[in-house]
Ligand binder design. Structure first.
Ligand code: MRU
Length: 321
C-alpha cells in the first residue's frame, strides 16, 4: 500500500490523522476534495502532498474542469512545501500537451518513489554499522508516497545488514514523529525510541552519529524550511560536532526563492498547541503561536542527500533544472 494512489477513478490516500491507531483509507472524487485533504493533513509531507496534488489535477483533467482554476485551488491548500507547486505545474504542462491525466499523475508518483530509492542508496553510505541516527517529523513512506527521504537511507542501511538505531523526536504539536515515523519503523522492525523534542540535545550529547531530516522547501542559497524544531536540532548538532544532513528530491528545491527569508511559513491553528484530546490544557486567556515550519540556514547543513548524489550547500546549483 502507498500513501497516495489512484484507483477506479478516485484518489485514494491513507488518512494519516488516524495513525497509528487505525489504517483508514479515504477516497476522493474531485480536486476540491483533494485540496481539502492536503489542507487538513489527511495526507502530508512534501512529496506526498505533491503526488496528491498531481492526482487532484488528474481528476480535474478527467472531469473537464478549468485547469487553471483547479491549479489555483490546489496550490492554495498549503503554502510551504515546494513539491505542491512543482507537481501542479508539472501536471498543467502534461494536461496542456495532451497527455493522459492518469498516466501523467501515476508517472509523477512513481518518479518520486524512484527518486527516494536513489536517495536511500546515496544516503546509506553515511550510515556506519552500529550507528545511532536521529530524525525529526516524518520523512518516511507516508510523506513521500513510498520509501521516504530521511528514512530511505536508514531502510537501505538496515537492508545492507548494518545495525542502526533511530532516535525519533515526537514533533510537537502534531506528533508526526511519534505517531507516523515510529509506526513505520515499528512495521519494519527497525530499532528505535521516541524522545520528547526537548530531549534531542541530551541524546545527541550521548552519542548520535548522524542526523537526517527531510525538507519542505530548499531555497537557492541552501537555507531550508522543515518541520518546526528542525533548526533547534541543527544548532545542537553544530555545537556538538554531529553531521546534519537533509534528504530531499530535486522537486523540493526552489531556485526561484533566493534565501530562507523569502520562504512562506505556514501558521496553523493555536488549538494544535493548546488542546490535547479535545481538552484545552493551556490557561484560558493565554494565546499560542504555531508556525508549522522553521528555516535552518544553509551554514548548518553538512550535505543534501538528493537523487543525484550528496551535495554540499555550496553545490546545490548542480541540481538546478
Ligand atoms: O506539516 P507536515 O507534516 O506536512 O510537515 C512535513 C515535514 O516537515 C517533513 O519533514 C517534510 O515535508 C519532508 S517529507 C519527506
Amino acid at each position: 500500500m502507498r500513501a497516495v494512489w489512484f484507483e477506479n477513478g478516485r484518489v485514494m490516500m491513507i488518512d494519516q490523522r488516524r495513525l497509528p491507531h487505525e489504517v483508514s483509507i479515504v477516497g476522493l472524487d474531485n480536486h476540491v476534495q483533494v485540496a481539502e485533504a492536503i489542507r487538513n493533513m489527511t495526507t502530508r509531507g512534501a512529496p506526498s502532498i505533491g503526488a496528491a496534488a498531481a492526482y487532484g489535477m488528474c481528476l480535474a483533467g478527467l472531469s473537464g474542469a478549468d485547469i487553471g482554476a483547479a491549479a489555483g485551488t490546489l496550490k492554495a491548500a498549503r503554502p510551504t512545501a515546494n513539491d505542491l507547486f512543482y507537481a501542479v505545474d508539472h501536471m498543467v504542462r502534461e494536461i496542456g500537451s495532451g497527455s493522459d491525466p492518469v498516466a501523467a499523475a501515476d508517472g509523477y508518483a512513481q518518479m518520486i518513489v524512484d527518486k527516494c530509492m536513489l536517495i536511500g542508496g546515496h544516503g546509506s553510505s553515511l550510515i556506519e554499522d552500529g550507528m545511532k541516527v536521529m530524525t525529526h517529523c516524518n520523512a518516511g513512506a507516508l510523506a513521500t508516497v513510498d520509501v521516504g527521504t530521511a528514512l530511505a537511507p536508514i531502510r537501505r542501511a538496515r537492508d545492507q545488514g548494518k545495525g542502526v538505531f533511530v532516535y525519533v523526536s515526537e514533533t510537537r504539536p502534531r506528533l508526526q514523529g511519534m505517531q507516523l515515523t515510529a509506526w513505520e519503523l515499528n512495521q519494519e522492525g527497525i530499532p528505535h525510541a521516541i524522545i520528547s523534542d526537548g530531549a534531542s540535545a541530551h541524546f545527541m550529547s550521548k552519542g548520535v552519529g548522524l542526523i537526517i531530516t527531510g525538507a519542505d522547501r530548499i531555497a537557492a542559497n541552501g537555507d531550508f524550511a522543515n518541520k518546526i524544531g528542525t533548526f533547534d536540532k541543527a544548532l545542537a548538532a553544530r555545537a556538538l560536532g554531529i553531521p546534519f544532513y537533509v534528504a530531499a528530491p530535486v522537486s523540493t528545491f526552489d531556485f526561484g526563492t533566493p534565501t530562507g527569508e523569502e520562504i512562506v511559513i505556514e501558521e496553523r491553528s493555536e488549538d494544535e498547541v493548546t488542546v490535547l484530546n479535545g481538552v484545552r490544557i493551556a490557561p484560558e486567556g493565554s494565546p499560542a503561536l504555531n508556525p508549522a515550519f522553521d528555516v535552518t540556514p544553509a551554514d548548518y547543513v553538512t550535505g543534501f542527500i538528493t537523487e543525484e548524489g550528496i551535495l554540499g550547500p555550496g553545490e546545490i546549483w548542480k541540481v538546478k533544472g
